[in-house]
Write a protein that binds this ligand. Structure first.
Ligand code: ADP
Ligand code: MG
Length: 597
C-alpha cells in the first residue's frame, strides 16, 4: 500500500515541542478569530475589576485589537509571567471547581502572543507603568512606559505568523460583526461596566457601540442595559423573571408570547456572568413557552442563572459555551417554571407592537398624496379592504355594565360577527372572539386537568366514528388517559369507536373531528407515558373545538362575560397559537390618527 503524504515513512524519534509550537497549538483552541481574542481580553479586564472598557479594532480585528481598561493593572515584575503559559493570578490550582473569575487557565495572553504581535502596557497602583511585547512567541524584556492607570492590551497582525489560519477568516465585515456581538453579549452580562467599541479602520474613529455603566438595583441596572443593547422594544414587551431552586438563582427578562420571533435570534443566556449557548438551557426556554407559542415561533429572552461555582462546570472547553450543571434537572425546571410564572403574571398583556402594527395599518399615507399628484390619491387601506359598513348586528348597547376600571372595558358592539368592540376608561379594545374564547377554554381545561380531570358530559346517543383500524386501536389503547381528558371512548366493532362522553366545557361538538385532531396531535406518540407529556398540546387541540366560532352572534351579556373571564384568566392575551386575542387602542392613539394631538 502506498504511503500518503501525511504518513511517516520511517520511524521518527519522539521530540518535545518547543514553547512557541506549544503555544501556537494551544492558541488554535483559544483564539479562532478576532472575536475570540476580544472575548478573552475583555474577560481579563472584567476579572481585573474594570468599570470602563474600550475596545478599538481595525479591519475586523485582523490588523488591530486594542482593549483599554481601568482595572487594577499588572505590576512590572509580573508582566513576563502574565504572558507565559499556564501562569495566572486567579487560582492556585488547589480547587478547580471553585472558580469565580472568567479566566483561570493562564492561556490567553500566551496564546495571543504566539499568533500575533502582543503589547501590554500596564500601571498597577503603587508601581511604575511598564510594557512588554511578545511577537510570534518571542518575549522582549519589560520596559518602562507611560500610562496613568489600568491596562492597555494591543494585539496587532493577528495570525500573521500562521497564514493558514488567516485564510480561514471571513471578510472584515463579517469578523467585525462577530466581535461586535461578543462585546454586546459581555455588555449584557455586566451592566455596571461601561463599554465602548470603536472602529479605527482607515485611520478613522467610528463608534459602533457605547453604553455607560448602569446604576441602581440589579434588576433596574439590567433593564436599562438590556434596553441599550437589545432595544426598548424588547424591555417594553418583556416581563421580569426572578426565581430560585436548589441553590440556582434565575433572573432576567422574558418576552411576551406575542413578541415572538421567527428564529431563535433573540435568546441570550448567561451562567455566572458568562454568555453561554447551552442546549439544555435553550431547550428549557422553549419548554417554558411550549404552551403559548406555535412551533416555528421563538421567544425573546435574556436569562441569567447564577450559582455557587461548585454547582456548575465551566471547564468544558475554553472557547466553547457549553456548561455542565451538577443537577441539570433543577436548572431546567427553574427555567421552565420561572419563565412560565413571569408570563402568567403578565397575564392578559399583549405586546405593544401589536397595537403599533394596528395603528400603522390604519394610518392614512399623507405623504403619498403630497408627493405624487399625478396618480390618483390612494384610498386609505382600512376603507379599501372593508367595503361593507358595520354588520347589521352591530348595535349600540345601553350603559355598560362593567366596572369603570375593568382593563378590557365594556362591550359596545359586535362587528362582522367576529370582533367585540369594547370601551375602556381611556381607549378602545377590539377582541377576536374566537381566539379569546379558545384561550379561555384551554385554560379552563388545564385547570380541571390539574384538579380531578376534565368534567365529562354524557352524550344522549353515543356518536359512532369510523376510523382506520390502527388509528382506532391507538385511541382505544389510550382510553384511560383520554377519559381523564373528558373523552370516553369504547370499541364499536373493527375500525369504529363509540364516543360516550365529551368534555363538558366544550358544549355540543363534532366528536369525529375532535378525534381526528387528537390523533394528529398524538401522531407518533404510542405509549400513554408520552401522552402525559403531550397533554397540554392535546388539550389545546380539544379547546379549539369548543370555541365560539367566528361568525356567531353574541349578546351583550355574553360579550361582557367573555371580557371579564379574559381579565381573570392567565395568558388570555394570546390564543393557543400565540396570536393576540385583542388589541387596544388608547384614546391618545386614536387622537393621533385624527391629528387631534
Ligand atoms: P487567565 O485569565 O486565565 O488568568 P490570561 O493569560 O488571560 O490567563 O492572563 C494571565 C494573567 O495576566 C491573569 O491571571 C492576570 O493576572 C493578568 N492580566 C491579564 N489581563 C489583565 C488586565 N487587563 N488587567 C490586570 N491583569 C491582567
Ligand atoms: Mg484570561
Amino acid at each position: 500500500m502506498a504511503l500518503t503524504d501525511h504518513q511517516i515513512s520511517e520511524n521518527s524519534p519522539i521530540r518535545a515541542l518547543d514553547e512557541a509550537a506549544i503555544n501556537r497549538i494551544a492558541a488554535g483552541e483559544v483564539v479562532e478569530r478576532p472575536a475570540s481574542a476580544v472575548k478573552e481580553l475583555i474577560e481579563n479586564a472584567i476579572d481585573a475589576g474594570a468599570t470602563r472598557i474600550t475596545v478599538d479594532v481595525a479591519d475586523g480585528g485582523k490588523t488591530l485589537i486594542r482593549i483599554t481598561d481601568d482595572g487594577r493593572g499588572i505590576a512590572p515584575d509580573q508582566l513576563a509571567l502574565a504572558v507565559s503559559r499556564h501562569a495566572t493570578s486567579k487560582i492556585d490550582g488547589s480547587d478547580l471547581l471553585n472558580i469565580h473569575t472568567f479566566g483561570f487557565r493562564g492561556e490567553a495572553l500566551a496564546s495571543l502572543g504566539a499568533v500575533g504581535r502582543l503589547k501590554i502596557t500596564s500601571h498597577a497602583p503603587g508601581e511604575d507603568a511598564a510594557e512588554i511585547t511578545v511577537t510570534g512567541g518571542r518575549t522582549d524584556p519589560v520596559r518602562p512606559a507611560a500610562l496613568s492607570a489600568g491596562t492597555v492590551v494591543e494585539l496587532s497582525d493577528l495570525f500573521h505568523a500562521t497564514p493558514a489560519r488567516l485564510k480561514f477568516l471571513k471578510s472584515d465585515r463579517a469578523e467585525q460583526q462577530a466581535l461586535s456581538e461578543t462585546v454586546k453579549r459581555l455588555a449584557m452580562a455586566e451592566p455596571y461596566i461601561g463599554f465602548v467599541l470603536r472602529d479605527l479602520s482607515g485611520g478613522g474613529e467610528r463608534v459602533i457601540f457605547r453604553c455607560e455603566p448602569e446604576m441602581g438595583e440589579p434588576q433596574t441596572a439590567l433593564k436599562s442595559r438590556l434596553t441599550r443593547v437589545m432595544g426598548a422594544e424588547f424591555t417594553e414587551n418583556s416581563l421580569a423573571v426572578e426565581a430560585e431552586k436548589e441553590g440556582y438563582h434565575l433572573t432576567g427578562f422574558a418576552g411576551l408570547p406575542t413578541y415572538s420571533r421567527g428564529a431563535a435570534v433573540a435568546q441570550f443566556l448567561f451562567v455566572n456572568g458568562r454568555p453561554v449557548k447551552d442546549r439544555m438551557l435553550m431547550g428549557a426556554l422553549r419548554g417554558a413557552y411550549a404552551d403559548v407559542l406555535p412551533s416555528g415561533r421563538h421567544p425573546a429572552a435574556a436569562l441569567y442563572v447564577d450559582c455557587d461555582p461548585r454547582l456548575v462546570d465551566v471547564n468544558v472547553h475554553p472557547a466553547k459555551t457549553e456548561v455542565r450543571f451538577r443537577t441539570p434537572g433543577a436548572v431546567r425546571s427553574l427555567i421552565v417554571n420561572g419563565v412560565r410564572d413571569a408570563i402568567h403574571s403578565g397575564a392578559t398583556r399583549t405586546s405593544s407592537t401589536v397595537a403599533d402594527d394596528t395603528l400603522k395599518a390604519m394610518e392614512p399615507a399623507p405623504r403619498v398624496y403630497q408627493m405624487d399628484r399625478t396618480r390618483s390619491a390612494p384610498i386609505p387601506r382600512s376603507f379599501a379592504e372593508a367595503p361593507q359598513p358595520f354588520a347589521p348586528s352591530a348595535r349600540a348597547e345601553p350603559e355598560p355594565e362593567a366596572p369603570a376600571d375593568a382593563p378590557l372595558g365594556a362591550a359596545r358592539a359586535q362587528v362582522h360577527g367576529t370582533y367585540i368592540i369594547a370601551q375602556t376608561e381611556d381607549g378602545v379594545v377590539i377582541v377576536d372572539q374566537h381566539a379569546a374564547h379558545e384561550r379561555l377554554i384551554y385554560e379552563d381545561l388545564k385547570a380541571q386537568m390539574a384538579e380531578n380531570g376534565v368534567a365529562a358530559q354524557a352524550l344522549l346517543i353515543p356518536e359512532i366514528v369510523e376510523l382506520p383500524e390502527d388509528q382506532a386501536q391507538t385511541l382505544l389503547n389510550l382510553a384511560d388517559v383520554l377519559s381523564r381528558l373528558g373523552l370516553t371512548l369504547e370499541a364499536f366493532g373493527p375500525g369504529a369507536i363509540a364516543v360516550q362522553e365529551t368534555p363538558a366545557v366544550l358544549g355540543p361538538i363534532n366528536a369525529g373531528a375532535l378525534l381526528k385532531d387528537v390523533l394528529d396531535e398524538l401522531d407518533g406518540y404510542g405509549g400513554s407515558d408520552l401522552v402525559q407529556e403531550k397533554i397540554e398540546a392535546v388539550l389545546s387541540r380539544v379547546a379549539c373545538h369548543g370555541s365560539i366560532r367566528a361568525g356567531r352572534q353574541m349578546r351583550a351579556d355574553e360579550m361582557n362575560a367573555l371580557l371579564r373571564q379574559m381579565e381573570a384568566t392567565p395568558l388570555s392575551g394570546q390564543c393557543n397559537h400565540g396570536r393576540p386575542t385583542y388589541v387596544e387602542l388608547k384614546l391618545s392613539d386614536i387622537e393621533r390618527l385624527f391629528g387631534r394631538s
